[in-house]
Write a protein that binds this ligand. Sequence first.
Ligand code: ADP
Ligand code: MG
Length: 243
Amino acid sequence: MLEVQNLYKSFGKLEVLKGINFKINKGEVVAILGPSGSGKSTLLRCVNFLEKAERGFLHIDDLKLDIEKITKKQVYKCRQLSTMVFQNYNLFKNKTALENITEALIAVKKLPKEKAMAIGEELLKKVGLLEKRDAYPVQLSGGQQQRIGIARAMALSPKVILFDEPTSALDPELVGEVLSVMGDLAKEGMTMAIVTHEMDFARKVADRVIFMDGGVIIEEGTPQEIFNNPRHPRTRQFLNQII
Ligand code: ADP
Ligand code: MG
């Protein structure tokens, strides 16, 4: 469903991604772990073209792209096929919960407003927030805002959803409701890449775990392999610090 090959990205002289290769199969949930600054966010942002990588290849669904030769049209297509959920929700502050979800359906998919609203309400129901339909982000808790963020990411019926530390800005008591929505999505067969520090969640929900450090993938395996029997000393060291 998603394949990244030989992805390189620098900021000035700082080489942040040093030839990343990975694959996510249809319906698979992949957790991406790694210390702060290892390039996890940059990786997701490059896949979503919020940052432009220098080189690499990207396959999403039936789209095969050479990043050096990518066109604007392909970028838009890519952003429909893979959507992103951000650490700080990134909701439009001047739009209601429903409008945040329908925005892309109206602007990108050119759906009539009524149709977009029907889909938006369905998604609100799915994340358990139909009653917050007309609330503005400021009137919602962090957990509710992030559930709207997830509903928004689902609106375009993407093939893959990329989550960048979706719960790390939340108060501890609000983490569960967001993880529960993500767990439901996983059960429904959504293909997901999740950068997270929620180790219990990764262990339970992920099919595969990738450990990144210093802009490279150090090792990957099943949650069993990575958590119970990490091969690389850097993975071991990281897990010892965090668990
Ligand atoms: P992670 O998400 O794993 O914490 P990031 O991808 O955010 O790591 O960052 C990787 C490295 O790239 C860090 O050294 C960070 O300072 C640097 N970096 C990230 N974004 C930018 C940017 N827009 N400009 C310059 N440096 C950046
Ligand atoms: Mg990050």
